[in-house]
Design a protein around this ligand. Structure first.
Ligand SMILES: [Cu+2]
Length: 132
């Protein structure tokens, strides 16, 4: 096989692998039952809500949810991120290092304002507001 077509073939292979991986649900991410409006700040009706990590920022932030809601952070950056709650949060939480395409889920059972940051990039900050 000529060099050129082999490179094209491998690129296609990788693309297929990534797609297969996403379809098989390699990460713990589970799609929310309802589509999540981007930039929405209204309290969700429970269940799950998601925060996208992209361009070294959390979106949306702040996000407002009701108690019992699982917030899922999905890393869409090429860089890894680690989500850590600030000292003084009503409940502490922290993720493992999230590589590209992976996610972290935390269920908020106590009302309050939770600020968090990325321990790899401390300038990345976010807020979750949990209402009753
Ligand atoms: Cu980060």
């Amino acid at each position: 096989m000529p060099k050129h077509s082999r490179r094209v073939f491998c690129s296609a292979c990788i693309a297929l692998l990534v797609l297969a991986c996403l379809a098989a649900g390699c990460s713990s991410y589970q799609a929310p039952a309802a589509p999540v409006a981007t930039g929405a700040t209204a309290a969700s009706t429970g269940g799950a809500d998601s925060v996208t990590i992209k361009n070294f920022a959390f979106d949306p932030s702040p996000i407002t949810v009701k108690t019992g809601t699982a917030v899922i952070w999905i890393n869409q950056d090429s860089a890894p991120h680690i989500i850590v709650s600030d000292t003084g949060s009503p409940t502490a939480f922290s993720s493992d290092s999230l590589s590209t395409g992976t996610s972290y889920k935390f269920t908020f059972t106590r009302t309050g304002t939770y600020t968090y940051y990325c321990s790899i990039h401390p300038s990345m900050k976010g807020t979750v507001i949990v209402l009753s």
